[in-house]
Design a binder for this molecule. Structure first.
Ligand code: CAA
Length: 259
């Protein structure tokens, strides 16, 4: 269906791969537009409860936005390209289901930004992560200046962005950029197991918890807490809340139906 995106469903989880391995999965306009469509189709699929995002091949997650496509752009075209990437990554961030980046190799520039738009990040021990844009004469453009600073704090984000340095997976773990580091051959198993564990919980509650956390990052504490009270209340109008609590009282495993 798409040339540069592979989307596979495995039960109630899905794996989306950026698939341009010969260009180390660099993001050109076509790939961003296909990613947009693929995310839309996952969002609309009522069965998928968690999404793993990764890169095809064994070298790269995504080695950035496509430099060949960008090299002759003027200021207006550069801005348009940033807005496209930002819009698609915002869609990824706002997915109703949890998303996990399985960082299987280089995650540079737009690749680091893609991982940052996911809810969680697991890195292979051979991953290399960074924002090398200033080495090319540009700033990050797919929200790296914003999400990296929110994820690791402004001082560490500034060091990474100002130096353009590539850091190891262990260093990324140390600064809180990735949730955990695993051996390369265990990466997909680990990411899928995390997705499956999440998928076994009450989907509406998981989705509302995601929304509350995401909203809370952008607003003051009292606004965030007010939103939390709203979604907490909303949970009590779901069948899954009745099922989850009944199962606890009856000492059995809950069977959630996403309703
Ligand atoms: N865009 C386009 N093509 C890319 C690419 C990119 N970002 N990264 C790698 N490729 C291509 C290479 O041009 C090469 O293609 P050819 O075989 O046709 O020459 C192929 O992928 C393999 O790459 P290398 O030969 O360079 O592989 P290597 O092992 O020597 O180096 C690397 C690997 C260190 C990742 C190196 O490819 C590299 O530095 N890539 C660019 C990384 C980068 O600067 N990313 C940021 C881009 S800017 C950005 O992302 C802006 C934004 O925020 C939106």
């Amino acid at each position: 269906m798409w040339e540069n995106i592979v989307l596979e469903k495995e039960g109630n989880i899905a794996v989306l791969s950026i698939n341009r391995p010969r260009a180390l999965n660099a993001l050109n306009t076509k790939t961003l537009l296909e990613l947009d469509e693929a995310l839309e189709s996952v969002s609309k699929d009522g069965e998928v409860r968690a999404l793993v995002v990764t890169g095809s091949g064994d070298r790269a997650f995504v080695a950035g936005a496509d430099i060949n496509e960008m090299k002759d752009k003027n200021a207006m075209e550069g801005r348009e390209f940033a807005l496209l990437g930002q819009r698609v990554f915002a869609k990824l961030q706002d997915m109703p289901i949890p998303t996990i980046a399985a960082i299987n190799g280089y995650a540079l520039g737009g690749g680091c930004e893609l991982a940052l738009a996911c809810d969680m990040r697991i890195a292979s021990s051979k991953a290399k992560i960074g924002q090398p844009e200033v080495t090319l004469g540009i700033t990050p453009g797919f929200a790296g200046t914003q999400r990296l600073a929110r994820t690791v704090g402004p001082a560490i984000a500034k060091e990474l962005i100002f130096t353009g340095a590539q850091i190891s997976a262990d260093e990324a773990y140390r600064i809180g950029l990735v949730n955990r580091v695993v051996e390369p051959e265990k990466l997909m198993e680990e990411a899928k197991n995390l997705a499956l564990k999440i998928a076994s919980n009450a989907p509406i509650a998981v989705s509302l918890a995601k929304q509350a956390i995401n909203k809370g990052i952008d607003v003051d504490l009292s606004t965030g807490m007010a939103y939390e009270a709203e979604v907490f209340g909303l949970c009590f109008s779901t069948r899954d809340q009745k099922e989850g609590m009944a199962a606890f009282v009856e000492k059995r495993k809950a069977e959630f139906k996403n309703e």
